[in-house]
Design a protein around this ligand. Structure first.
Ligand code: KG4
Ligand code: ZN
Length: 346
């Protein structure tokens, strides 16, 4: 399907996407949580520049993201990352085909900063504006530097979402299942906090798990119908385990490894079921938790069964703007009205 976008003032129709027949350079901005990011991507797959300003250091002292502080930091960084993205690409705004930005889901105050910057750039330079869904963008991280084409099964695992998605074409998706309570990243962050690890807990828990015994503790795997998940019971089981040590030194590495084993095997079981039932031969993982070593290892093991497995490199797993640009190029489910408002949840 051809994607026709209008420039904002002159309303000149511009074709975007794989069928446009010319090179598209899309500049994108991402600011949904605690990363201010700007990137320029050629034809949805080739990253020309990619700038990310992380706020992790700021939020670490509070043990989590404080939305008001995050929004203020986005304001301070936004112009810097845009300038850097142009500089790194050695490009000028006139050379950009369209400007794209994340509309939601995310923290409203944070999204507003990035989205208003995107709209302003599009207005000032009279180029098309393309609003992007953050979750779709995570999936599109898999198109960067690859020749991956739908159909495939996707596991989307982030701080706020856990979904198994059937991606039928660039724009047609069907959510097969999702978590009924905590997202995987949320479970990682909560368990990390329980055992006394600093924010952001997920990556550190992953690191310690590699030093522990995954079979040290048998943690309960929630029995949820179909492709849905539940992780809140597992979190409670870890809490009970921690309490059983009654203040004595915790076998932290073994607890991390046992938790990681339970989460990763649950996820992979359902992925296998989705592959078998759809008959698709390709599977991808996306979202911040796709950076997890054990989840990656278990999913890449599916290659032995003849599946093609894709996972973005770490820098395109966690929040970045290159994936937003790729989404604006490939996906027709975008928000092209410049009056579109940010949204916090799907
Ligand atoms: O996609 P993302 O950057 O932001 C959201 O849109 O949520 O994901 C952030 C989540 C956090 O919960 C973080 O702890 C988790 O991804 N995460 C990890 C790892 N790296 C990041 N969780 C487990 N293992 C990791 N290596
Ligand atoms: Zn994200």
């Amino acid at each position: 399907m051809k994607m026709i976008k209008n420039t904002l003032f002159t309303k000149t129709p511009i074709e975007i996407g794989p069928e446009s027949g010319y090179d598209n350079y899309i500049m994108a901005i991402e600011s949904s949580c605690d990363e201010t990011a700007c990137a320029i991507v050629k034809n949805g797959r080739e990253v020309i520049s990619n700038i990310v300003a992380s706020q992790i250091k700021t939020h670490a002292q509070y043990g989590g993201v404080i939305p008001e502080i995050a929004a203020r930091e986005h304001l301070e960084s936004i112009n810097v990352v845009i300038d850097e993205a142009f500089k790194q690409a050695d490009m000028k705004p006139e050379q950009i085909t369209a400007f794209a930005g994340t509309v939601g889901p995310g923290l409203v105050g944070c999204l507003l900063v990035g989205l208003n910057a995107t709209k302003s750039l599009a207005l000032v330079h009279d180029k098309p504006f393309i609003g992007v869904n953050h979750l779709n963008a995570h999936l599109c991280g898999n198109y960067i530097d690859t020749d991956l084409k739908p159909p495939f099964i996707a596991l989307l695992v982030s701080g706020g979402h856990t979904q198994i998605i059937e991606v039928k074409s660039y724009s047609e998706q069907n959510i097969l299942g999702e978590t009924i309570d905590d997202a995987v990243g949320e479970a990682y962050d909560k368990v990390a906090r329980l055992i006394g690890l600093p924010y952001p807990g997920g990556p550190l828990l992953d690191k310690l798990a590699r030093e522990g015994n995954p079979n040290a503790y048998k943690l309960p795997e929630a029995k949820v119908d179909g492709y849905n998940f539940s992780f809140s019971g597992l979190k409670t089981a870890v809490l009970r385990l921690v309490k059983s040590f009654d203040g004595q030194e915790l076998p932290t590495n073994d607890i991390c490894a046992s938790f990681q084993e339970c989460v990763s095997s649950t996820l992979v079981k359902k992925i296998k079921k989705a592959l078998e039932e759809t008959g698709y031969k390709q599977v991808v993982i996306a979202g911040g938790v796709a950076a997890n070593s054990e989840i990656r290892r278990k999913i890449f093991d599916l290659e032995k069964d003849g599946y093609r497995v894709c996972a973005p490199p770490m820098k395109y797993c966690t929040d970045n703007a290159a994936m937003v640009a790729s989404c604006a190029y490939f996906n027709t489910n975008t928000f092209d009205d410049v009056d579109v408002e940010v949204f916090s949840r799907v």
